[in-house]
Design a protein. Structure first.
Length: 214
């Protein structure tokens, strides 16, 4: 290779290195992406742009890499701390109302008039099979058919009831308490459903009289 070729090659490498050194850092790229996203949305109705603000769980779990064990543990600890237990230890409501909530996917869109959870549904069938009679359901989450029955709840005085009820309440309130990057909506933590609505869905899943457990 002659001196001219060496010179041209050296200039090419230098240009490439200069180009690499001028590339924005990952943090700068994230900032630009965030700016672009926020510029694409606006407040409209009850849907405000603050929905774009991410907490630790959301930001860590939307990264291109899973969170470290330490970060995941912090997310789960914060989620568990956020749980508000039902008043008077009353976990179950009306399973019939729970079934209506499971079928209803409305709520929290910009066309809704209010953020009041009373107007929201649970949309449970979007991710789960719950009742064998239902022909349309999602498979993102596990089947919940016989949820209480397979966990040994044959009556509400069963020794299995209390720990399963507590576990299920936490799962509905803030699922990140058990899985840092859970895709399940945080129904209680985010105010998507109120306490009575959560009791009704709990009854659908756990009440031995519910069709789910037949």
């Amino acid at each position: 290779m002659n001196k001219i070729h060496l010179l041209i090659g050296g200039l090419a490498v230098a240009g490439l290195l200069a180009g690499c050194s001028s590339m924005p850092s990952p943090a700068e790229l994230d900032a630009k992406a965030s700016q672009a996203i926020k510029a694409s949305f606006r407040d409209q109705g009850i849907a405000k742009t603050d929905r774009l603000d991410q907490d630790l769980g959301q930001s860590a779990c939307s990264s291109d890499k899973p969170p470290s064990d330490a970060v995941a543990d912090k997310i789960m600890a914060e989620a568990l701390y956020s749980v508000k237990w039902p008043a008077n230890g009353q976990y179950l409501g009306d399973w019939k109302a729970g079934e209506r909530l499971a079928q209803d996917g409305r709520g929290m869109t910009w066309t809704d008039a209010s953020t009041d959870p009373k107007s929201n549904g649970g949309n449970c069938y979007n991710c789960h099979q719950i009742d064998k009679k239902e022909i349309s359901y999602g498979t993102i989450g596990p089947s919940l058919w016989n949820y209480g029955k397979t966990r040994g709840i044959t009556d509400l005085q069963s020794p299995a009831f209390a720990p399963i009820a507590q576990y299920t309440w936490v799962k509905l309130w803030n699922a990140k308490a058990y899985a840092a990057c859970s895709n399940m909506p945080r129904f209680g933590h985010k105010g998507l459903l109120n306490e009575q609505q959560l009791r009704d869905i709990m009854a659908l899943l756990l009440d031995p009289k519910s069709p789910v457990n037949q």
